[in-house]
Design a binder for this molecule. Sequence first.
Ligand code: HEM
Length: 225
Amino acid sequence: MAAGVEDSGGEDDGYLRDIVKSFLLAGRDTVASGLTSFFWLTSRNPAVEAKIRSEAEAVLGRHHNDAVPSFAEMTEMHYLTSAVYETLRLFPPVQFDSKFALNDDVLPDGTIVRKGDRVTYHPYAMGRMESIWGPDRLEFRPERWLNDDGLFVPRSPYEYPVFQGGSRVCLGKEMAIVEMKTVILAVIRRFNVRVADPGHEPRFSPGLTATVSGGLRMVVEEVKR
Ligand code: HEM
């Protein structure tokens, strides 16, 4: 970043402002959307919530409540990592995304693309394809990301393009995962979070950033120990 600022020919303030704006636009609503979906899904799947709590207790210790977990501690939490990836599989904050061809091209499957054509990839649809995720594709099952030793195994970005892939992969991917884990641990270790109206089926609406339309009303109760 420093090199970029030096190269910007004296327009440092504008350049830095643009960086901050793109980080806020790309990084705030997406993480908020992911967290909304996470608490909706765990609210409907208390067994997942219980496993995240017990993993956190195993890694952090029962009485380590107020401290923010370190990056190393969060990396040890393979089940939590899996639950975050599984949430974003079913409810990707960037539901679909388009590119326009600069020149005529041919895609790897033989599809012909003409200069100016719009090509869209659709993480929401791909996250629900049986050919990629199997017959239980619609289930929220963090275990699908774990190997036999209980370790998280990432999937190819071309099967799971939630953060895009290749040279334009999301620059904030790792930060997004850390942010989500930090908030989840801070909340879930101390509170039970349940949807306020279990009969209401939230609508995940597309947009620049997809999220539950109208927000999601929750009831938060302190966990009794
Ligand atoms: C769950 C959260 C997030 C998701 C699902 C997500 C997803 C994506 C996707 C799909 C793209 C590609 C967009 C395109 O090609 O048009 C992208 C790009 C980008 N993201 Fe994220 N993102 C997330 C969080 C963040 C965070 C926290 C930051 C920074 C703090 C960030 C910074 C960026 C930037 C700077 C780009 C542009 C990269 C480029 O064009 O080279 N993102 N993100």
